[in-house]
Design a protein around this ligand. Structure first.
Ligand code: F6P
Length: 421
């Protein structure tokens, strides 16, 4: 049986729980043993310092019994999803010793992921692991995977997390060789773990990954921003005010741009295309004055948090506010939406997309050979796709570089080849 582990990494995004649930359920249905790694790569680095409880927690589901191998389902070590929700307790909290303390790579079954579809964030925890960025950290992660007998890893995260996955796979042979030489693993374990099977699902509210149309969580965040703009609109209209709204998106203006279009904003600042006019303040004031002149009672300016001007100076919301109040005499307020954009229930499509992609991810792992590349599971023109992880990561970095070099045309055509035609 293939042992598949799934982890979520980087900033959480709505729909990550649906991804984990799908990997677990599809994995079980396809005859695999399934594990979750708590706290992202950090959990992989830490591994399990306390043993699994001797008595398995009872499985509750009868549904699972119909769908999966009975013997397997009844043999769950952590049959109760509440354990995951309750986080770490002491062993004394549970007479059977079902505690997560000191355990990061946890065997899970059908029941553990029950009810996860509609939950926001990621119930298995996430982190931006500094340790995994070091060679020692990755060596420890490799050792923990071998110790737990994990053959395949599914990583759900953004650009940074998938870059980490790519590095891990590239180093794998050298890592397990080092472990064998140090005597940390046996020759048998070394032979069994020759190849790391790894697959990426893109979970990020920023929609900042190349070669896929949509990342898990981006649509929910967009809905959240739209609702916020709708709410602001009514109070702005009442007072005939202007609002400068800061939205997330460190390097990527997708959220800002889409929110601007769907919320009827007057002016939007995004990192990929800074205002071309010099000074941009004149252009912004002209546009807004034009809208006011035809009777608009409210003004909405959206600023992506990573937006900057043509000289790479950050566009500060308070500065935009001062321009609107001082130059146009508008009564202006600033609203920073912050983490309200990221949390909360996933919208319907952020439940469906990870489901479709999760099934594809399990298939990709089961079909992986030493010759096949590691895949990132994407969606392009409404079709679930497998894209070599290496290529997607490379292209994402090429876009960031083009933006840094102010070659916005190149950045756009890398993101969307049709743009170049
Ligand atoms: O990458 C997702 C994201 O939400 C970005 O849009 C934002 O810049 C960042 O994470 C915020 O990170 P943190 O939650 O660590 O402050």
């Amino acid at each position: 049986k293939m042992r598949i582990a799934v982890l979520t990494s980087g900033g959480d995004s709505a729909g990550m729980n649906s991804a984990v649930r799908t990997i677990v359920k599809a994995g079980i249905l396809k005859g695999c043993e399934t594990y979750v790694v708590r706290e992202g790569y950090e959990g992989l680095v830490r591994g399990n310092s306390t043993p699994a409880p001797a008595t398995p927690a009872p499985a509750r589901s009868t549904e699972a019994e119909h769908l999966a191998d009975d013997a397997f389902v009844h043999n769950l070590r952590f049959g109760d999803g509440e354990l995951l929700r309750h986080g770490e307790g002491d062993a004394s909290d549970d007479p059977d010793g079902h505690t997560l303390k000191g355990r990061y790579i946890i065997r899970v079954g059908w029941d553990d992921v029950r009810g996860w579809l509609a939950e926001g964030g990621t119930l298995i925890g996430t982190a931006r692991s500094a340790a995994f960025r070091t060679p020692e950290g990755r060596l420890s992660a490799a050792l923990n995977m071998v110790k737990e007998g994990i053959d395949a890893l599914c990583v759900c995260g953004g650009d940074g997390s998938l870059t980490g996955a790519d590095v891990f796979r590239a180093e794998w042979s050298s890592l397990i060789k080092q472990l064998l030489e140090k005597g940390s693993i046996t020759k048998e374990q070394f032979d069994h773990h020759q190849h790391l099977k790894i697959v990426g699902l893109v979970g990020s509210i920023d929609n900042d990954m190349s070669m896929t149309d949509l990342t898990i969580g981006a649509l929910t965040a967009l809905h959240r921003i739209c609702e916020a703009i709708d709410n602001i609109n009514s109070t702005a209209i009442s007072h005939s005010r202007a609002f400068v709204i800061e939205v997330m998106g460190r390097h990527c203006g997708w959220l800002a741009l889409m929110a601007g279009i769907s919320g009827g904003a007057d002016f939007v600042f995004i990192p990929e295309r800074p205002p071309m006019a010099d000074p941009w303040e004149d252009e912004m004031c002209e546009v807004i004055q034009g809208h006011r002149a035809v009777g608009k009672r409210k003004t909405i300016v959206i600023v992506a948090e990573g937006a900057h001007d043509a000289s790479m100076k950050p566009i500060a919301v308070d500065y935009v506010k001062s321009v609107l109040s001082e130059r146009l005499g508008l009564d202006t307020r600033v609203t920073t939406l912050g983490h309200t954009q990221r949390g909360g229930k996933p919208c319907a499509f952020d439940r469906i997309l990870p489901m479709l992609q999760g099934v594809e991810a399990v298939d990709a792992l089961l079909e992986a050979t030493p010759e096949t590349p590691s895949y990132m599971i994407g969606i392009q023109e409404n079709k679930i796709t497998r894209i070599p992880l290496l290529e997607a990561v490379k292209q994402t970095h090429a876009i960031a570089k083009a933006v840094e070099a102010k070659d916005y045309e190149k950045a756009m055509s890398l993101r969307d080849p049709e743009f170049a035609e």
